[in-house]
Each structure stands twice: as C-alpha cells, then as structure tokens.
Design a protein around this ligand. Structure first.
Ligand code: GTP
Ligand code: SPV
Ligand code: MN
Length: 588
C-alpha cells in the first residue's frame, strides 16, 4: 500500500511528467552526486548549475548563476490563497484557491519533461522538537535539492515521522521556463501547500523557508497560539558568563545575519547564534516566550561581507564541510577562480566575470556581483553556533528588537513602555526597501515587524494575535526598536554598526536586568548617554544626541503615513493599536 506521501508524489509526477523520480535521503554522498549532476548535466541558459570554485582558498564551494530575470523574491507574483480575500488581507495578493490551482496546473502540466523530479523529505525544526514540522518538497533542479540539504534537516526520518499521516507540509516546485510572465509563488494555507513555478531563486524556490516557515506557519501560529517571525535568535554572553537570549526582527537585507553572529567590539561579550532569519516563538509552561530556529543554514547577503564587517561569517564560509557552500550571483575572479563581491576582503579582481558570467573590469563602472547575490552555508559550520541550537524546546527570550532601515527619525534604540506599546512600535515600523526583493530600492514603506512580505494572513488580525500572545505571557520579553542606519548631512551612517552594535545590546541587557535607568520620550525610553558604553568610539556628542532626538514635525508627517497604512485594515485593526496611535499623537 502506498503511503500518503508516495501517493502525493505520484500525483505531482502525473502532472509534471518528469523522466525520472529521485527520492533524496539527505546524505553527504548524495549531495556530492547532486553537485556532480549540477556541474555536468543540468543547465540554466548556457551556464551549468554549479561551477567548482578554488577548493584551496574556498573549500567545498560552488558557484551558481540564476536566470538573469530571477535574482530576488518577487512579491508581485506571490499569492496567499485563503478561501476569502479578507483572510489574506490588503498585505497579500489573493486568488480563490480553486482558480489559482487551475491556473498553476496548466503551467505545471508537463513542465518536468526530460528532467528529474527530486523528492526532498525534511523537517523544519529539530525532529525531537514538539514544534517541528515534517515536510516534503519536489523540485526539478539540483541547486534547490542541494540548498535544501543545507537549509533544512533533510532525511528519510521525515518520511518515517509522517508515516500514514495526511497533514504533512507539501511543496511543489519547478523552475518552469523562467518566463517572468509564467512565474507564481502561491500558498494554500488550508492544504499546507506551497506551489511555486518559474523561479529558482531563494525564497521563491526553497519552499521550507519564507513560503512555509513564515507565510504558512504564521497561519498555523494564529490558529495554534504561537508566532512565526522574520527574526534573528541569539544568545548574548556577558563578562560574568551569563547568557541572555534575544530575538530581533529586521526587514530583508537590514542586518540580521550580521547581528546574529557579530564579533563584539566590547571585551568580555560574546554572541552565540541560533538563527539569522526565522524564529518560531512558543509560550513555555513557565509563561516565558521560547524560540527555535526552524532552519539549519544561512542564505545570506554576500555584498559587504568581510573580515571587517562579519568575520564569523567569513570563517563559516571557509569551513571545509561538505554540505557544501554555494555562492549565487556573485562575481568570479578569473585569475584565481574565487568568488568576489563589492565589499569583499580580496582586492578588486583585474579580470573577472560578473554575476551573469560576462567579462567585467573595474573600469566598467558597473557592479560585478548582483546586489542581492547570496551564499548558502550550514549553520553547523559557524564558530558562533550556540550550544542550545539543537535544544528541542528552544531558548527563553528576554528581549525582542524590532528594526528597520531609516536614514531619519527613528532613534538608535528605544524601549517600549510595555508589551502593547511594543506591538504598536512594531506595527508602525517603516523601512527603506533593499535589493532582496525585486522592486525599487530605497523607498520608504511600512514593514510591520519586518513581516510585510511574509505574513500569510490579514495583517490587522496579526497585530491582534501579537496582543493576544502578550496577554498569555506571564513574563513577556521587553520590546525595543533599533535603527543602525541614521545618516548625517553628508549621507554617512552616524552609527558604526556591525560589531559595535554590541554597545546597544549591552544597554538592552542592562535594562532587562534593571541595572540602568532610561529617559522617557514620546517614542519610548531611550538611554542616558552616560549609560551607553562608547569606549574607543569617536562620535561627536552632538551626533550621538542626534541619534536620539525626537523630530516632532517629522513625526507628524510620519504619523499621516502610518494612518494611511493602518486605514487599509478597517475594523480589523485592533482598538489597542488605535489607542497607542492616539497616545503618540498626543505626546507629539
Ligand atoms: P535577509 O537575509 O534578506 O533577511 O537580510 P538580513 O537582515 O539578514 O541582512 P544582512 O545582515 O545580510 O544585511 C545586509 C546589508 O545590511 C548589507 O548591506 C550590510 O552591509 C548591511 N548592514 C548589516 N549590519 C549593518 C550595520 O550594523 N550597519 C550598517 N550601516 N549596515 C549594516
Ligand atoms: C529575505 O529576502 O528576507 C531573505 C532572502 O531572507 S529570501 O530567502 O530569498 O527571501
Ligand atoms: Mn529574510
């Protein structure tokens, strides 16, 4: 008798009609074989899926070039297909499930002819965790199969765990023909199903990541009483050896990976990484909030990564473990066969191929690596990996940071007055867009809790869900807003950021442990400058003050934009958020 998974895979194969079906077991041997196949047999355009990089300087590293139209998440083509549009909310594209499936079936019909269908069984979360979910994705490209081995716990175990159950998470993925007009990433929360066609890129194709662990999981969380969030999870060890756990939400390409593994500029402090992108937050028996990272890898932004900004990531990338390490859309130094990007440690190559493989020299004046070029590497290779990483129950969270990329207005750090105020601070967050999704870069838009592209249901209800979670927490974490990105008159970042962000984290720990006071402003509680350890920095005092100044006029204008955003949710916007908004308006 066929199992539910076997029957489902059969069904997908009848539609997509691959030449072969390969059931993956997640072993290293298999990963090596898949990389071989990607180097020899599979192509995107004229490029092999994988190209071996210099194994001496970059052990176990391979280069991948995606289709030139397929370099970032495409929010326009991403849909959440609840039975009603109201459930999806103004924050999601919506189509009725039946209609959406009909359309996708047409595009999928025969799309794997001549190809292999890889069946990937995996769990999000440690298999022993009560919060873990068992999943199966099918795909038609070795890049996705190898990437999923890095990013998830891929193993036959997942199939055993599913057994005869029907409620496993399903992902159907095909690169199709990369035609942007036939590209869709659609979610069916009712069926635990993600159906993605036409893209081979990151969050569009590695369906365990944004599609399941955020969009679908946020819906599960709403139903079951937990939160799926776009957050870092990390431990901060102080000089006394105590570790405090913190979660931090920041929009795409706004500093999560860097924060999750920062090397402290203050002696005696050390960061332990649990996750850099996704957190599942559950209420523990003791009334505290516990976090797990459902993933096992980094899919991180390459440009800007160096020994100066993120030494622990460079060490991770250079570790010789065969998960392996993948570089997508970076440039290639042709003299050394090494990966290169703007802001890398190595000197600008004299002779290079750009991210599309075209000849490039520094004189061209163009960027060699794509701004959203990324690496895929195992978390187990990180020197900062937390001892608690595989703890099935997760770690207790003492503080939640909510960030954004704001050149103006938003202070370096501010503490919420209480949980409700914190939810408002998250709900009103705005951020300037980055290259992580295909839209104009540098445009301010609302990005509540950094979840704008990832909340799988009506964002108004989502705010309500956060408020409900707060009511159920006996010991809620304190909530903070942070902003590393304020600029001065010369458009230079005022705050040095990266390893120096520990100075802000230290203040957060001091607050959580009731060691320092704070100054009240309309935006929340900010540090007395004497409580921020600025040893070794030479930021003029007036600039430091600027980082905490409240520009009342600027905030009046900001409030209009916030009101416009909140207005879309009609009566689904919780009254509490309205009250918080009015309280801010009064204080300004
Ligand atoms: P996703 O993987 O897209 O979810 O993003 P992320 O939040 O993990 O982004 P990441 O940490 O890779 O940030 C990428 C960009 O932010 C790069 O351009 C970094 O140089 C920049 N960045 C990170 N931390 C800081 C910081 O503290 N200060 C400044 N000025 N830039 C930073
Ligand atoms: C993001 O855009 O937030 C990412 C990269 O983490 S992707 O997985 O492509 O969505
Ligand atoms: Mn992300």
């Amino acid at each position: 008798m066929a199992t539910p998974v076997e029957r489902w895979v059969e069904e997908q194969a009848r539609l997509a009609r691959p030449d072969r079906i390969h059931w993956c077991d997640g072993s290293e041997e298999e990963a090596r074989r898949l990389v071989e196949i990607g180097m020899k047999d599979e192509k995107i355009g004229e490029h092999a899926i994988f190209q071996e990089l210099n194994q001496k300087s970059w052990p176990t590293s391979y280069l991948h070039r995606s289709h030139p139209t397929d370099v970032a998440r495409t929010e326009k083509l991403t849909f959440v297909c609840h039975p009603t549009a109201q459930q999806a909310g103004p924050n999601n594209n919506w189509k009725a499930p039946t209609e959406a499936k009909e359309e996708l079936a047409k595009l999928t019909d025969g799309c794997m002819r001549g190809k292999t269908m890889y069946v990937l069984p995996y769990t999000m979360g440690h298999p022993d965790s009560p919060y873990a979910k068992s999943c199966v994705q099918v795909t038609d490209v070795s890049y996705v199969a190898v990437s999923m081995r890095i990013m998830t716990r891929m193993s036959r175990n997942a199939l055993e765990k599913i057994g005869k159950r029907e409620d496993f998470v399903r992902g159907l993925h095909s690169v199709g023909n990369f035609d942007p007009d036939k590209r869709f990433i659609m979610h069916f929360p009712q069926d635990n199903l993600v159906w993605s066609i036409g893209s081979g890129y990151g969050g569009n194709a590695l369906l365990g990541k944004k599609c399941f662990s955020l969009r679908i999981a946020s819906c599960l969380g709403q139903r079951e009483g937990w939160l799926a969030e776009h957050m870092v999870v990390m431990g901060i060890e102080d000089p006394e050896g105590r570790v405090t756990y913190v979660a931090a939400a920041m929009p795409s390409a706004c500093g999560k990976t860097n924060l999750a593994m920062l090397e402290s500029a203050l002696p005696g402090y050390k960061i332990w990484t649990i996750g850099d992108d996704i957190a599942w937050l559950n209420i523990g028996r003791d009334g505290r909030l516990y976090a797990i990272n459902p993933e096992t890898g980094f899919f991180g932004v390459a440009p800007g990564t160096s020994m100066k900004t993120n030494p622990n990531m460079v060490r991770t990338l250079k570790a010789a473990t065969f998960y392996p390490t993948l570089f997508t859309n970076v440039a290639l130094d042709l003299d050394h066969n090494t990966p290169w990007w703007e802001g890398a440690d190595a000197a600008t190559p004299g002779r290079a191929a750009d991210w599309q493989g075209k000849p490039w020299t520094p004189e061209d004046g163009t960027r060699a690596a794509h701004p959203n070029s990324r690496f895929t590497v195992s978390l187990y290779s990180a020197p900062t990996l937390s001892r608690e990483f595989d703890n099935p129950h997760g770690v207790p969270i003492s503080a939640i940071l909510l960030g954004g990329r704001r050149t103006q207005l938003v202070p370096l750090v501010a503490e919420a007055f209480d949980w409700e105020h914190g939810v408002f601070l998250g709900a009103r967050t705005g951020s300037e867009t980055t290259a992580a999704a295909s839209h104009q870069v540098g445009v301010l838009r609302r990005d509540p809790m950094a979840m704008r592209p990832f909340c799988g249901y009506n964002m108004g209800d989502y705010f309500g869900h956060w408020l409900d979670i707060g009511k159920r927490l006996k010991h809620p974490p304190r909530i903070y807003t942070v902003n590393w990105f304020r600029t001065d008159e010369d458009n230079q970042f005022i705050w040095p950021g990266f390893g120096d962000n520990i100075r802000v984290l230290k203040w957060v720990l001091d607050r959580v442990n009731n060691r320092v006071g704070a100054r009240e402003t309309p935006l929340g509680l900010v540090p007395n400058l004497t409580d921020l350890n600025l040893d070794g920095l030479d930021i003029p005092e007036e600039k430091m003050e600027k980082l905490f100044e409240v520009d009342r006029e600027g905030w009046q204008t900001e409030l209009q934009d916030i009101d416009k955003y909140f207005g879309q949710f009609g009566d689904r916007l919780p009254d509490e958020i309205r009250r918080q908004r009015d309280a801010l308006a009064r204080k300004l």
